[in-house]
Write a protein that binds this ligand. Structure first.
Ligand code: GLA
Length: 387
């Protein structure tokens, strides 16, 4: 979708009308994650890939100290300066502003530029439209001002933008996937050491499909930050007995049991989920190398159970979709991303695909009164300059 000529043409036309002339075009991607949820900020593994929808932007240095930005999707124009006190009101503009500030903080050069951008990542679906936006601009600014910031730091610029300008204490997964994404490959990342490995992903006879519940919960970011605090609290308690434990991913399950009565039950359950999930990523990677999709799928169901009952980031709609997937003999299914609404990711045998989609189309609206959406997953490239 992102190579979509139509999007590029629209962006080019608007840029010409607004600013005159031509800039250079950059793009980056949203992401899926096969398994490894809420493990990134716990120093564990994640297993994401970039997808074929994302953000595209035309950008041109304008010789001033001001950014002039137009969002085609919001049909809105915003101007802002580059100093800390110049933070714009509009949420979408804060992402661009944050990326400018975080680049400056890392010693990169940033001056004024003009830009027009558009995207096709469904909003609120848990596909990281914000990481796609951050990564597009982190990449573009790095290129246009010749900063030579390395790819990991470009991802961290996006992550710090979330922390410092958007109020979400996220991990590195989304921005990492958006920057490092490679067509046809998932990437296993160790979020503690930042070692990563590409895994070609082409499950013959299966499809990956996302079912969007179209539910988006308010306060998701404060609930997210609260989960993170619980994990840090549990890790701290464990580290009193085991000083080498910096993150929950360093802890053994039995070490968690040792501190059960020293931490709130809620923190215990969160930590129980995370420790299990870190191991599941490794199990899934092994299974993939053997072509054992049944195990991959079973792990996905286990993740869903944990996210629903222990981490408590699912909701009625997502639990319903998960149960229905089981009933339709879908190989693997789980809530994807941060949770609190959004999509399930489903690994489905090709011959069962139509039946599954038909069942969801019929039963989901009958229960919840609105239609779900479906997205077939195509694993694609991450941040790049569009020729
Ligand atoms: C959001 C965050 C990520 C990650 C996921 C859950 O997408 O931005 O850093 O924590 O939730 O796995």
């Amino acid at each position: 979708m992102i190579n979509n000529m139509e999007m590029k043409t629209k962006i080019r036309e608007k840029f010409k009308t607004l600013f005159g002339g031509e800039g250079e075009v950059f793009a980056s991607a949203g992401r899926i994650n096969l398994i490894g949820e809420h493990t990134d900020y716990n120093g564990g593994y994640v297993f994401p890939g970039a997808i074929d929808c994302g953000i595209m932007a035309e950008v041109k240095v304008n010789g001033t100290q001001k950014v002039r930005a137009f969002s085609l999707d919001y049909d809105e124009y915003v101007e802002f300066g580059l100093n800390e006190e110049d933070k714009p009101q509009q949420q979408w503009a804060c992402y661009i502003f944050g990326v400018c500030r975080e680049t400056t903080k890392r010693g990169g050069k940033v001056e004024g530029f003009d830009c027009v951008f558009a995207g096709d990542v469904p909003l609120g679906a848990g596909l990281s439209s914000s990481a796609a936006l951050e990564s597009t601009f982190a990449f573009a600014i790095n290129y246009l001002f010749g900063n030579k910031i390395d790819k990991f730091d470009l991802a961290k610029i996006g992550q710090s933008t979330e922390h410092n300008y958007c109020g979400v204490k996220c991990g590195i997964m989304d921005q990492f996937a958006s920057i490092f994404g490679k067509k046809g490959n998932l990437i296993r990342l160790n979020c503690k050491t930042l070692e990563y490995k590409y895994f070609p992903f082409d499950p013959k006879g299966y499809k990956l499909v996302l079912v969007d519940s179209c539910v988006k919960h308010e306060l998701a970011s404060s609930a997210y930050n609260k989960r993170r605090e619980s994990c840090e609290n549990a890790a701290k308690a464990i580290s009193k007995n085991h000083p080498d434990v910096e993150f929950l991913s360093d802890a053994k399950r039995v070490w968690l049991d040792e501190v059960r009565d020293q931490i709130p039950e809620e923190d215990f359950l969160r930590a129980e989920y995370v420790i299990g999930e870190v191991q599941r990523v490794l199990d899934v990677c092994d299974a993939l190398e053997r072509g054992d999709y049944e195990t991959v799928g079973e792990m996905m169901y286990q993740t869903h159970f944990g996210m629903s009952k222990l981490y408590e980031v699912s909701c009625e709609e997502l639990d319903f979709l998960n149960k229905l997937a089981r009933k339709c003999d879908v190989t693997g299914s789980r809530v994807m991303g941060g949770g609190f609404g959004g999509c399930t990711i489903n690994l489905v045998k090709e011959e069962l695909y139509d039946g599954f989609i038909a069942a969801v189309k019929e039963l989901f609206p009958a229960k919840f009164g609105h239609d779900p959406k479906f997205y077939d997953v195509v694993i694609s490239d991450g941040a790049r300059k569009v020729e």
